[in-house]
Ligand binder design. Structure first.
Ligand code: SF4
Length: 664
């Protein structure tokens, strides 16, 4: 799956067209033979009785599906696209279509190219993933990570700040290596995670208060003079306003907000400043799923800036989902210059939902996504889906969105059944096709080519075949001009020419080229010039709900994991972590059936009563059906700010306060 920046290598044994064995590849430099339970379950995709194998149509939603030919399905789609007009057509991809090309983004680029040349709506998938956290880091200017290998070899203190290793399991090996060298590992999170289990200490924090903790740590650095004045003078701007700003953000102030004792905040700041090199691994997505989540990333990025722990081995920021290293630049085939002018809906989640509800978008093409599972405030999204003239789902399995709202199902090829190519931060890997496509499943490039031909987009696919398409993305200096042919000859993998240290020349992608502790760019987009803590809005609901990753699931993949028997067995139903105090106050026993509810929605789950989560916070694995009926679909950034840094950061707030009651 898409555990970027790690990803695992597989050895697949095939006998007479059947996969007989899948094991971890011990020679894969990123994973060294490791395969998690999800990777081990991957063969269950193949020959799965629930697999979509043929195009399917139905006359009414909720009605019976009937098998159709590809021609019939594609003709219908194109007819509805033409009737709606290109600006009322939208494409939305999920993680599913990246499963065979994560890191190289081939299918993502191809879909964007299609949308640009045709001129329909296209929304960046980064808005549901890493981008809002990246926005906070990027305003300060610290976007390039150091690698997991560098962390293992060089870091002496590692702060896993909202970063759970369940989302990048191969980082764990390097964390263990750092620990063997004597490095100290500290987890900061809202619950005791898988990463906490590998840490020397865990700092439990109230959800949505990470910015307050970071500001108080900055206060300690400034007040106690634990800053690198030479580095600040040479490589940052805005130190004086920041230093004045953080004076009021005392550890005592932050203790009230975060629930972390002031003395512990002081101790953490002193140890961070006093240990060299120290690295912060910032969570990729979950910790930023809140209306104020990005402020934390921005404030955290000031810690290495003030201590001069940037551009050095073992320092800076550690591996982060979706981040690229210095030099990690692959091909670009999106054809942005070919996009006709039009009435574009921005890559801003609430605007997207509005466009569905208002009828501005009337034909929706979904690729490898369960939109109802992943978008915030999904009851409102469901309203929008219900109003569509046509909803098309291209996937491996039916999912909630498809069951409730699709008019057309298109069957997708899987890993092993199409050519793919993936990249971690350091290596590029070929994913050769070794099985024929089953039934009438088709690959993403095939599908988009077929649509483009019907729409008359003649030069959409200027390559002879999928091999040339892959080459267009990977034949670049970063890979030392890798091609499918070269990778095949080399055993399928190649190290990239990248720096293991972020910002090695101390240049930064900001208007000033320096780390910006104060950002004029932010001010120009209607945002505060300095990092701030914004208190979450008051709510009548007493518990703060957070969601995140586990090792047994990946978002809503495979119909919430239920289509693959071993994942369904490992994780059969939604489970809510709740503290013993909160459970006792509501008469909830461990394992009891419960309801989570707020004004937006409700869902059923089973209670997991555990002291690994503090009172006031509840937590659930993401991706479960119904979970995002509870979350806020409000905008986090102004529309004019979402594209300020060259990538789209229009994630909705995803905040949720809830109450939990026993069922029945
Ligand atoms: S799901 Fe992630 S950790 Fe598991 S085997 Fe695949 S790439 Fe590795």
């Amino acid at each position: 799956m898409n555990c970027h920046p790690t990803l695992c290598g597989m050895l697949v044994e095939v006998d007479d067209g059947q996969v007989t064995r899948v094991t971890g590849d011990p020679d894969n430099p990123d994973s060294r033979g490791f395969l998690c339970v999800r990777g081990q379950a991957a063969p269950e995709i193949l020959d799965n009785p629930r697999r979509l194998l043929y195009p399917m149509l139905r006359a009414t939603r909720g009605g019976r599906w009937r098998r159709a030919t590809w021609d019939e399905a594609l003709d219908l789609i194109v007819q509805r696209m033409r009737a709606a007009g290109r600006e009322a057509v939208a494409t939305w991809p999920g993680h599913g279509i990246f499963a065979n090309n994560y890191g190289t983004r081939i299918h993502s680029h191809l879909l964007r190219r299609f949308s640009n040349i045709y001129g329909c709506q296209w929304w960046s998938p980064a808005i549901i993933c890493w981008a809002l956290g990246g926005f906070g880091l990027g305003l300060t200017g610290l976007l390039e990570p150091n690698t997991k290998e560098d962390m293992g070899a060089n870091a002496n203190l590692i702060l896993l700040w909202g970063a759970n290793l369940a989302s990048q399991p191969n980082t764990g090996r390097h964390l263990a290596a750092a620990k063997r060298r004597g490095a100290r590992i500290v987890t900061i999170d809202v619950r005791e995670t898988e990463a906490a289990a590998q840490s020397d200490e865990t700092v439990l924090i109230r959800p949505g208060t990470d910015a307050a903790l970071a500001l108080a740590m900055l206060h300690v650095l400034v007040v106690e003079g634990l800053v690198d004045r030479d580095f600040i003078a040479r490589h940052t701007i805005g130190f004086e306003p920041l230093a004045a700003h953080v004076r009021a953000h005392t550890p005592a102030w932050a203790a009230e907000i975060t629930g972390i004792p002031a003395a512990r905040i002081v101790d953490l700041a002193r140890r961070y400043a006093g240990t060299r090199p120290a690295m912060i691994v910032v969570g990729g997505s979950s910790m930023h799923k809140a209306s104020n989540g990005w402020h934390a990333a921005r404030a955290i990025a000031c810690l290495p800036a003030l201590t001069g722990q940037v551009g050095i081995a073992g320092g800076g920021l550690g591996p982060r989902h979706g981040a690229s290293l210095r030099g990690q630049v692959l091909g670009n085939i999106v054809a942005l210059d070919r996009r006709p002018p039009g009435d574009d809906v921005p890559s801003q989640m609430p605007r997207i939902t509005e466009s569905l509800v208002s009828g501005r978008v009337r034909v929706l093409l979904l690729f490898g996504t369960d939109m109802l599972s992943s978008f915030a405030d999904t009851n409102r999204v469901a309203e929008g889906l219900a109003r569509q003239d046509l909803v098309v789902c291209y996937d491996l399995f039916e999912n909630d969105t498809a069951r409730r709202f699709a008019d057309v199902l298109l069957p997708s090829t899987s890993w092993l059944e199409e050519l793919g190519c993936k990249a971690t931060n350091t290596h590029v890997y070929l994913m050769p096709q070794v099985l024929p496509a089953p039934g009438e499943t088709r690959s993403m490039p095939w599908l988009l080519r077929a649509l483009a031909e019907r729409l008359g987009l003649d030069d959409f696919f200027p390559w002879r075949d999928d091999v040339e398409l892959v080459d267009a993305m990977i034949d670049v200096p970063a890979t030392r001009h890798a091609t499918v042919a070269a990778l095949t000859a080399e055993g399928g993998m190649r190290a990239m020419d990248v720096s293991h240290v972020g910002h090695p020349d101390l240049t930064f992608p900001t208007p000033s080229g320096k780390l910006e502790l104060f950002s004029e760019l932010a001010v120009s987009r209607g945002l505060p010039g300095l990092p701030v803590y914004e208190a979450p809005a008051d709510s009548p609901y007493p518990l703060t709900l957070r969601q995140g990753r586990t090792l047994t699931a990946f978002h809503g993949f495979y119909d919430h994991g239920q289509a693959l028997p071993s994942l369904a067995k490992a994780d059969p139903e939604p489970v809510l972590w709740i503290s013993p105090a909160d459970a006792a106050a509501r008469g909830i026993a461990h394992g009891a059936a419960i309801t989570l509810a707020n004004a937006r929605g409700e869902m059923r789950a089973r209670a997991h009563v555990t002291s690994r989560i503090p009172a006031g916070t509840v937590w659930m694995r993401d991706g479960w059906s119904g979970l995002n009926t509870l979350t806020s679909g409000d905008a986090v950034l102004p529309d004019g700010a979402v594209d300020a840094l060259g990538f789209s950061a229009g994630q909705a707030a995803f905040d949720a306060r809830v109450d939990v009651t026993p069922l029945g």
